[in-house]
Ligand binder design. Structure first.
Ligand code: ADP
Ligand code: MG
Length: 323
């Protein structure tokens, strides 16, 4: 069981940013409206995620760290119907196998909570404690017992870059949740959680970027598209500012990216790129979320139709027309 967890950890926990992503997704799934993330030394020393969500029942705390114990999947077909971000019950056991984890949680407002400590997959403490409703998870010394993996970690700046990137994408996907990110005590991100996507764009990319955005909106019987796209006269040298969100999940799709770039065709100078946040909503039967959640890949069942709609709605926004 312990070895299985370490092997699984290799898939789920690639680097500190994967831990941040898994813990924050759990906080989102728990219905949190405020999620505070604080990391030290690029997350290699510690990662703390604190939320005000549902909390975990005292009697469920230990099982949350057993592999697949909490999997929300009943059978293979359910993978097409995923609505929560977590769905394999693999993240917590995997993280706990390769780090020193402490969990403090309470599922009611009466202040009665539970605290657990797990080191390298072994439960080392479990006790009642006072805690407000919500969960605080701290992951220290990631990969301390898997030195080969630790050796693959890049510089603190590189690991922090991956963490910020993951946080930006999740904040953009959830403007109704307030996110903060601190690194070694410095605040790097603060979103208000008031549902205003433009505020999140300002928090992530700066106010001048937010001012350069045009709203987009389109609907057909299968898809609904909304979000913001940058004016063609405001560009970036970095192509990494296209965020596509499907069902609350940040995804990567070469087809979508190509459709987006077609919309900007001839409007951008060479080697300049736009900034976009596009939310795509569709019936779950029209999208296949890849079985491996870390890969962020999806397959759409009506690709040409979707790509055409995306290109069209952006093009119209850029040309100042109304759809
Ligand atoms: P999954 O998210 O795939 O179910 P995880 O290993 O990430 O699996 O989490 C295990 C379980 O622990 C979750 O299903 C959830 O019930 C509980 N849990 C984890 N984090 C939180 C949290 N922040 N708030 C409430 N419940 C949580
Ligand atoms: Mg999870």
């Amino acid at each position: 069981e312990h070895i299985a967890n370490q092997i699984a950890a290799g898939e789920v926990v690639e680097r500190p940013a994967s831990v941040v992503k898994e813990l924050v997704e759990n906080a989102i799934d728990a219905g949190s409206t405020r999620i505070e993330v604080a990391v030290e030394e690029g997350g290699l020393q510690s990662i703390r995620v604190k939320d005000n969500g549902s909390g975990i029942e005292p009697e469920d705390c230990e099982t949350a760290f057993y592999r697949h114990a909490t999997s929300k999947i009943g059978n293979g077909r359910d993978l097409f119907q995923i609505t929560s971000l977590g769905f394999r019950g693999e993240a917590l056991p995997s993280i706990a196998a390769v780090a020193k984890v402490s969990l403090t949680t309470a599922s009611s407002d009466d202040g009665r909570g539970r605290r657990l400590e797990i080191e390298g997959g072994k439960l080392t403490a479990s006790e009642d404690t006072a805690h407000g409703r919500g969960t605080e998870m701290t992951v220290r010394e990631l990969f301390y017992n898997t030195p080969a993996r630790l050796k693959y970690m890049k510089s603190i700046q590189t690991e922090l870059g991956h963490i910020s990137d993951a946080m930006y994408r999740m904040a953009l996907a959830h403007p109704g949740i307030s996110f903060t990110l601190q690194h070694n005590g410095n605040q790097l991100l603060h979103t208000l959680g008031n549902g205003d996507l433009l505020q999140v764009i300002a928090a992530v990319y700066g106010t001048s970027a937010a001012k350069a955005m045009l709203p987009v909106h389109a609907e057909d019987p299968d898809y609904r598209i909304s979000g913001y796209v940058s004016r063609p006269d405001w560009t970036r040298s970095n192509r990494n500012a296209i965020t596509t969100i499907v069902g609350g999940r940040y995804i990567r799709s070469n087809g979508l990216n190509a459709a987006i770039m077609r919309a900007y065709h001839t409007l951008l100078p060479i080697n300049r790129y736009p900034l976009l946040v596009l939310k795509l909503d569709m019936h779950p039967s029209l999208v296949d979320v890849n079985v491996h959640p870390a890969k962020l890949e999806v397959r759409f069942s009506k690709e040409p139709e979707l790509y055409q709609l995306v290109e069209q709605v952006i093009r119209k926004a850029l040309l100042g027309e109304n759809l």
